[in-house]
Write a protein that binds this ligand. Structure first.
Ligand SMILES: [Zn+2]
Length: 376
């Protein structure tokens, strides 16, 4: 089960990271971590222990057959309810390329996703299988908003010829604006304006007419958005049906990105093709991937999962012998290695490791790892 926290609140693990500084990494390099609430979903590695990461194709609900959402779903845990909801980023993370390089994309967490879909279904009074395809798109709408702001930030970086996005993430993202306080926010605490817009995109998606979502789904989405953390619950500031006011809310985010007053965004008309370029990953048990969202490739392991499989196969693992976060191992007189800071393990080291174990291709290695098979 994944560790899920309320955005804005730090787990002991994250507090430790702030105290110690970021873990050794060969990512594009992690932005400096501020002591104020920051978007840890964007900056910190996922703390999810199933060890499986699968790239999936997410269809539009138009293309999903009625009731194709799989089983009846789990019983809601209570993490997402009228009394309090952990918000979209407890279920899915947008990992920006400014920080994660080639591992960028949207990561959906199997456990929280099914919990959120079940909670939405319960509030809507509709079957889980009918609600789930809409919930998946709803969460993508939220995370794609974060993608869109990274595109906007990249354009500002080109205009101003200076890095902006990483310092925005670590220092200015959570800075209160007038749009995340009263009267828009449900609670007294202001939060990130970008989250207000992302959450509004969720509710706006839930109001779609075609294909028609299950009865009660739209109201359930608004209620869960209202119960979300600071920033998220101020989504109504972007929902006044007044385009001029909505422009001011996005301009407030542009102002935070650039740390300079902005009255508008640079042109950034993104279309469906642009959005479909964003990789979407399922983190967790691949057997729980909804049947309508086919896996693009075989499930790749996280470094932790690869390590336990290597141990099971009797490999001798030498930590700290390699450079930085590199781990070396030997197996039957053959030597290999991989980096612990790339999650999931990239294709190239997987290809080399597959060769060491006598597999034809990395897919055979992925299968052996997911079946926990020992090589004879
Ligand atoms: Zn978000």
């Amino acid at each position: 089960m994944a560790t899920v926290t309320v955005p804005g609140l730090l787990t002991p693990h994250e507090l430790q990271i702030i105290e110690d500084g970021p873990p050794p990494t060969d990512y594009v390099s992690i932005a400096p971590v501020a002591t104020t609430p920051f978007p840890f979903w964007a900056l910190l590695p996922d703390d999810e222990d199933s060890g499986f990461v699968t790239e999936i194709d997410v269809p539009f609900p138009d293309d999903v057959g009625q009731g194709a959402g799989g089983d009846e779903g789990p019983a809601p845990s209570g993490m997402f309810s009228d009394d309090g909801s952990a918000g979209a980023d407890a279920i899915a993370h947008y990992k920006p390329w400014h920080i994660w390089g080639s591992d960028w994309g949207i990561y959906l967490f199997a456990g929280p996703f099914r919990d959120f879909a079940a909670s939405t279904a319960k509030l809507a009074g509709s079957p889980y299988s009918h609600v789930e395809p809409f919930v998946m798109r709803q969460l993508l709408e939220h995370e794609l908003t974060h993608f869109e702001f990274e595109v906007i930030a990249t354009k500002f970086e080109a205009i101003y010829r200076t890095p902006l996005y990483r310092s925005y993430m670590s220092e200015r993202f959570s800075r209160p604006t007038r749009w995340t306080g009263p009267p828009w926010a449900r609670g007294p605490h202001p939060g990130p304006a970008e989250e207000a817009i992302a959450t509004w995109r969720e509710v706006s998606y839930a109001r779609r007419k075609k294909p028609k979502p299950p009865a009660g789904y739209q109201a359930a989405a608004s209620r869960l958005a209202d119960a979300s953390p600071p920033g998220y619950n101020a989504w109504r500031s972007a929902d006044t049906a007044n385009p001029h006011l909505a422009d001011l809310v996005t301009a407030a985010v542009a102002t935070l990105i650039t740390d300079t007053p902005q009255i508008s965004l640079p042109p950034h008309a993104l279309d469906e093709d642009d959005f479909s370029e964003v990789p979407v990953y399922w983190r967790g048990d691949p057997r729980l991937i909804p049947s309508y969202a086919p896996a693009k490739d075989f499930t790749r392991p996280t470094p932790k999962r690869l390590e336990s499989w290597l141990k099971k196969n009797g490999a001798d693992i030498q930590f700290g012998r390699g450079k930085g976060s590199h781990v070396r191992f030997t197996w039957r007189d053959r030597a290999g290695g991989y980096s612990t800071s790339r999650d999931p393990v990239p294709k190239q080291p997987c290809t080399e490791i597959a060769e060491i174990f006598g597999f034809e291709n990395p897919r055979e290695l992925y299968l052996a790892i997911s079946n926990n098979r020992v090589v004879p």
